[in-house]
Design a protein around this ligand. Structure first.
Ligand code: PDD
Length: 275
């Protein structure tokens, strides 16, 4: 089933107007919720970020947060007891093409669930990455549909045989094309501070809580490209990648080239959260 403008419908009932601003301007926002065994993981945190994104781009929904939350539940119920994602996107809606925001446009909302298995092998072995210039805009905290810079960078990584690109702005590491990135140096976890240069990842939030519970020092101090290359451990976090070890950057091994001890500890703690 699909969620389309507030109703659960079959795919053939979805009709997108050619005037939809999502199509012309990428004028909209989205969320990716994780479903483990049919249950939504960190649902409230995703809803909070969705409403934050909507406020930032000045889209007002005709539904309350409670109503949207109930719709998300109903959609997830149609998915069954599997592992997957719930994708939800909201555009500003249909209006004659103009750079000005339309005075009256009804937002379009599309949601669906899709089976996504956990990347178990990669979680054990780690992934290969490259570093690239962060060429995105300065409002990366909004989960905007405008992902051209992200998709081009992700493709560049794939062309180089890597699974993710670590982005660097003015010598400092921000995040990745679709995940946050953290390093471990001398037992301390370090990541970029929240703000307009990164997305405040829900998985990142879980990792911060796990680190605090386990007594592992955690700093939102940010780090440079040199510090990245010199880290003891590196991992990325996202709804679909979870706590994913990075074992190679630009063809150079991270530490001894195998997932680090703190990364594994966080992976274990993360699994306990949804099992
Ligand atoms: N991406 N940074 C960026 C740029 C992202 O696109 C994502 C998530 C994250 C991690 O956020 P979270 O832990 O809340 O998933 C960080 C999703 C999965 C996507 O676009 O498919």
């Amino acid at each position: 089933m699909f969620l389309w403008n507030g109703r659960l419908v079959q795919e053939d009932e979805i009709q997108v107007s050619y005037l939809d601003r999502g199509y012309y301007f990428g004028d909209g926002i989205y969320e990716v919720f994780r479903i483990y065994d049919g249950k939504l993981f960190e649902k409230q945190a995703h809803l909070n970020r969705l409403f934050q994104s909507l406020r930032e781009v000045r889209i007002t929904l005709p539904w309350s947060e409670a109503e949207l939350s109930a719709m998300v539940d109903s959609l997830a119920e149609t998915f069954g007891k599997k592992d997957g994602i719930l994708y939800l996107q909201i555009t500003r809606g249909a209006a004659k093409r103009s750079h000005l925001l339309p005075e009256s446009a009804e937002p379009s909302m599309l949601g669906y669930c899709e089976e996504v298995v956990r990347p178990v092998e990669q979680l054990k072995k780690g992934i290969n990455t490259i570093t690239l210039d962060d060429e995105r805009w300065h409002k990366c905290h909004i989960k905007s549909l405008n992902l051209l810079a992200n998709t081009l960078a992700r493709q560049e990584a794939a062309d180089a045989g890597a699974e993710e690109a670590i982005l660097v702005r003015d010598g400092r590491v921000t995040e990745c094309t679709a995940s946050n990135v953290m390093i471990v140096k001398k037992g301390v976890i370090i990541t970029h501070p929240n703000g307009p240069l990164i997305l405040d990842g829900i998985t990142k939030q879980v990792v911060e809580r796990l680190a605090k519970l386990s007594g592992i020092p955690y700093r939102n101090a940010g780090f440079t490209l040199e510090e990245l290359m010199d880290a003891d451990e590196v991992f990325v976090t996202s709804t679909t990648k979870e706590v994913m070890p990075v074992t190679m950057i630009n063809g150079i091994k991270v530490g001894s080239g195998i997932p680090g001890v703190i990364t594994q500890l966080l992976q274990h703690g993360f699994e306990q959260k949804f099992k």
